[in-house]
Design a protein around this ligand. Structure first.
Ligand code: HEM
Length: 537
């Protein structure tokens, strides 16, 4: 069972073995028994009760009763498509990942776009972050890039993720409100956890209102690591850039569409692919040499910070094309299981404390969402590279693993790991040197919650700034607790006094007292010129 070279059709060929077409067929039960009718249950006499022995009725109803699985705890509403990825030039100097070497190879991908906060049946065009998750079916196994359409995140440490999501989701006592942001708990969290400032600026901007999934950027957010054949590492951040450019809806359109066409974004993607207008995204990387890790006045492991492109340019290295819609939403889009921990040789993690927590969370949630430890065998999740190990049994096991040996080491079956040093050898973790005391703090620059939020505000045009002000006014205008509204004005005065004054005027809060806005005088976005650490509120 050798690894085969991958091509654009590899995943499709694998899925073909699972496809079923019921068109024109005689109906049967799940046991293959042809049924003679499918409308009336078996009864004792024309007016009598239904009989227990009607196995066909029982099976049909039981299956229906169990059709739903839990929706994702976050990113429940999503839409996916198939496609392929091609690298433009060999990335050998930086990474040994096979799918980043040969420009002639088309690696199959599946992408799922999503909103974060809403339930599965919510509306597409709400103010929210969008998920942008890509599964590459590579020759070396699945590689998942589980990103968002914004380059930073609300929090710095995974420990706060459950708190953050509880604050964002509808309130537990009454499941109100369903809309993101417009409630006391969200703004209470934001103003109590000021590391959210930068991401909230993105969330209040037009980036939260994508016109189309085809017109969104994607970001890996965290700092990952490229490792080349010689074992040399580079810090790396991942980017997707849509060839159609980045475009947003305006607030008025968003509100109308949410009522009139809740499927606006998913329909747009489906129709574009059906009509041959295949969405395309270029793949970019920002890279920092290991020896330059401490050259910046922010910690490059802080997921609330970008690496300004003026300082670390984005190198475009490939392109992804989405060219095939799903056959079945549930089988593919709903059952797909992404995980930032699905990596291939040449790609590794860093000690970003948000990423480290994600590495635990995804498989854990999928164990309950997809019913047990064998969800890697669901067709959409299957790697195209062959799978062999000593795992056995468990709920819904599909493979029939033959022979008496299911342990390592053994002398009977002769199966074994392949050392990383061998050609096509196994994955070996990057031997990063780590030392220190067990501690719950991070470096000091993690406490700078505002400099890059200011950088973002300053990079906006007048119109974009007005949209941000309007968004703050709308969302905070819904907050019942006066103190939270005031705290928000005070907090964002650390980003820009101008912004805070304009916010305050729209929500009945007190404007900040300073009259000048020292931060808006920055002449260049270069970090060397940014304000230094500010103490959080
Ligand atoms: C989905 C956890 C941060 C992007 C999920 C899911 C969980 C989760 C439990 C549901 C997975 C499933 O049911 O299959 C976390 C935790 C985080 C975190 C604990 C921080 C500690 C992030 C960040 C990003 C992100 C920073 C973006 C870089 C996504 C995406 C999905 C997702 C795109 C949806 C994947 C899909 O389409 O199936 N996350 N997440 N998450 N997360 Fe995160």
């Amino acid at each position: 069972d050798q690894r085969e070279p991958i091509n654009e059709q590899s995943k499709d060929k694998q899925l073909e073995t699972y496809r079923v077409d019921d068109t024109g067929q005689k109906l049967t039960t799940n046991q293959g028994l042809r049924v003679s009718e499918d409308e009336h249950s078996l009864k004792a006499g024309v007016r009598g009760p239904t009989l227990m022995e009607d196995f066909h009725f029982r099976e049909k109803m039981t299956h229906f009763d169990h059709e739903r699985i839990p929706e994702r705890i976050v990113h429940a509403r999503g839409f996916g498509a198939h496609g392929y990825f091609q690298v433009y030039e060999p990335m050998t100097e930086y990474t040994k990942a096979k799918f980043l070497q040969d420009p002639s190879v088309k690696t199959p991908v599946f992408v799922r776009f999503s909103t974060v906060a809403g339930s599965r049946g919510s509306s597409d065009t709400v103010r929210d972050v969008r998920g942008f998750a890509t599964k590459f079916y590579t020759e070396e196994g699945n590689y998942d890039l589980v990103g968002n359409n914004m380059p930073v995140f609300f929090i710095q440490d995974a420990m706060k993720f459950p708190d953050f999501v509880h604050a964002v989701k509808p309130e537990p006592h009454n499941e109100i409100p369903q809309a993101q942001s417009a409630h006391d708990t969200f703004w209470d969290f934001v103003t109590s956890n000021t590391e959210t400032a930068h991401m909230v600026m993105w969330a209040m901007s037009d980036r939260s209102l994508p016109r189309s999934f085809r017109m969104m950027e994607g970001f890996g957010v965290h700092t990952f690591r490229f490792v080349n054949e010689q074992g040399k590492g580079h810090f790396v951040k991942f980017h997707w850039k849509p060839l159609l450019g980045v475009h947003s809806l305006v607030w008025d359109e968003v509100q109308k569409l949410a009522g009139k066409d809740p499927d606006f974004n998913r329909r747009d993607l489906w129709d574009a692919i059906e009509t041959g207008n295949y969405p395309e995204f270029e793949f970019g990387v920002q890279m920092i040499k290991e020896e330059d890790e401490f050259m910046f006045d922010f910690d490059i492991l802080d997921p609330t910070k970008i690496w300004p492109e003026e300082q670390v340019p984005v190198k475009i290295i490939g392109k992804m094309t989405l060219n095939r819609n799903t056959d079945n939403f549930f089988a593919e889009t709903e059952q797909i299981a992404f995980h930032p921990g699905h990596v291939v040789p040449g790609i590794d993690f860093t000690n970003d404390p948000l990423l480290q927590g994600r590495l635990f969370s995804y498989t854990d949630t999928q164990l309950s969402r997809l019913g047990g430890p064998n969800f890697h065998e669901i067709p959409i999740n299957r790697s195209v590279a062959p799978v062999h190990n000593n795992q056995r049994d468990g709920m819904h096991r599909m493979t029939i693993n033959r022979g008496p040996v299911s342990y390592h080491k053994n002398s009977l079956a002769g199966n074994s790991p392949e050392p990383a040093s061998e050609k096509e050898g196994g994955y070996a973790h990057y031997a990063e040197k780590v030392e220190g005391r067990k501690i719950q703090a991070r470096s000091d620059s993690f406490k700078d919650h505002f400099s890059q939020a200011t950088l973002f505000w300053n990079s906006m045009s007048a119109v974009e700034k007005q949209h941000i002000v309007n968004a703050f006014r709308f969302e905070l205008g819904k907050v019942k607790t006066k103190e939270i509204r005031q705290r928000a004005v005070d907090m964002f005065s650390q980003v820009s006094v101008d912004l805070a004054k304009r916010m305050a005027a729209g929500i009945g809060a007190k404007a900040p007292e300073n009259t000048s806005d020292s931060r808006v005088t920055l002449s260049s976005p270069a970090l060397s010129q940014m304000n230094t650490v500010k103490t959080p509120l």
